[in-house]
Design a protein around this ligand. Structure first.
Ligand SMILES: Cc1cc2nc3c(=O)[nH]c(=O)nc-3n(C[C@H](O)[C@H](O)[C@H](O)COP(=O)(O)OP(=O)(O)OC[C@H]3O[C@@H](n4cnc5c(N)ncnc54)[C@H](O)[C@@H]3O)c2cc1C
Length: 383
């Protein structure tokens, strides 16, 4: 968008574009919700067989070992064709964490199934009493010989009811002070006895997440990632990956296309005031793409972003909400329709993305919490 492809990159772009055009099923294009696993995972496995499922992973772990520019080309081409959002917990969260902190045995066991798409992962951080204040989490893991006994509850677990494994934060030293010093990072097989999972419906009508109950579940001690009571450090490294991943400009680019289609159909595209707002929105999408590629470059170089990930999370999530508000405006009196709107320029779903994107300023840490992080750790303001 703001740079020119080298001849090699142009060739790669052409290859990606041709392959996506020929292989991405029509039913998965331009979806405003994430399709359920039965629809999405065959596509995931197709990308995997092509060798493109994990552009950002090193080749030795089954990734593509792509350069930054190749990663950006992939992002742009996936947006262009309206490709659906893939499950991120394996590819963007636990995968990179195991590459950095996992044992050789953990890597050998868990990385290949993520690449193949034969195992789905869930993130077990939040609890009913621990969201923004994550350090107050109470799910307990007690070490007894060669296994932990896990007891407690997680909530808002994306795709929990579709998942095979969960990476979870658990309390292993209840008396430790500060509270962060008593937390460990554990891998849990969700098919273990003693686990109950209940889906939760969102405002957009999909059951994207669930609550997960652990009733004295036995977990092998070898499933501990990093050292005992050192989970907080790993948790934060992972949140950096999560905040960056959720700010991928692919979704903003797709939202922009939706606005343009709707604005042409409703005629508002001819209105100079609307044109001004669309131009401002387009500039912000370009700014997000620039910020994202800068952040990806920093991550590639130093294996983590630190508090910068909060800045991109705020900008990316609030931009998505602003874009969907512009979409509502473009749709005018049609905006209240619950179903996608058929126009001369194509079908546009207005209400689903508007409702879906409410969540963007909450997951991965709310905007208020990100602003607190920026205030303390970037601007060094007093508490
Ligand atoms: C779509 C979606 C998917 C999710 N997926 C997962 C998942 O897979 N795994 C997982 O573990 N969690 C997941 N979450 C949970 C998410 O991480 C939490 O919702 C989030 O951290 C906020 O916690 P909370 O919901 O308990 O809200 P609270 O912490 O109760 O916050 C409520 C409100 O108070 C504000 N607030 C709280 N503390 C402060 C403060 N100190 N200063 C200023 N304002 C404050 C918050 O910004 C928010 O507006 C998901 C959430 C959503 C919406």
């Amino acid at each position: 968008m703001f740079r020119h492809d080298s001849p090699d990159e142009a060739a790669f772009r052409a290859e990606v574009r041709t392959w996506l055009a020929a292989n991405l099923p029509a039913a998965l294009r331009g979806r405003t919700n994430r399709p359920p696993p039965a629809e999405l995972m065959p596509w995931y496995r197709m990308l995997s067989r092509k060798g493109w499922i994990a552009p950002h992973w090193p080749k030795q772990h089954g990734g593509m070992g792509a350069t930054l520019n190749q990663q950006i080309v992939m992002t742009e081409e996936l947006a262009q064709v309206g490709a659906p959002q893939l499950p991120a917990q394996g590819l963007n969260h636990i995968g990179p964490i195991l590459i950095e902190f996992g044992t050789a045995a953990q890597k050998a066991r868990h990385l290949p199934p993520i690449i193949e798409g034969s195992v789905i992962w869930a993130q077990g951080y939040s609890e009913p009493g621990a969201g923004s204040d994550l350090a107050s989490l109470a799910t307990r893991a007690t070490l007894e010989g060669d296994h932990f006994i896990v007891h407690g509850q997680k909530i808002w677990t994306t795709w929990g009811h579709h998942s095979d494994w969960m990476f979870a934060l658990v309390r292993t030293a209840p008396q430790a002070q500060p509270r962060q010093a008593g937390i460990s990072f554990l891998l849990l097989d969700l098919h273990s006895p003693g686990i109950t999972i209940r889906p939760i419906k969102t405002i957009a009508g999909d059951d994207e997440f669930s609550e997960v109950f652990f009733d004295n579940v036995m977990v092998p001690a070898e499933n501990l990632v990093g050292k005992l009571n050192d989970g907080w450090r790993i948790a934060n490294a992972l949140l950096g990956h999560e905040r960056l991943g959720t700010s991928n400009p692919q979704f903003a680019l797709m939202a922009l296309e939706r606005i343009k289609t709707m604005a042409r159909a409703s005629g508002v595209m001819a209105d100079p005031t609307f044109q001004d707002r669309l131009a401002a929105a387009s500039i912000n999408v370009i700014a997000l793409a620039a910020l994202f590629s800068h952040a990806v470059e920093l991550t590639n170089r130093q294996h983590g972003l630190g508090p910068d990930s909060s800045i991109i999370k705020i900008f990316g999530s609030e931009l998505l909400q602003a874009l969907d508000e512009l979409l509502i405006e473009a749709a005018g009196s049609h905006a209240a329709a619950e179903q996608p709107i058929a126009t001369d320029f194509g079908v546009v779903d207005v209400s689903t993305p508007f409702l879906q994107v409410r969540r963007a300023t909450i997951y991965g840490g709310s905007s208020e919490i990100q602003r607190n992080i920026v205030a303390r750790r970037v601007l060094n303001l007093p508490n």
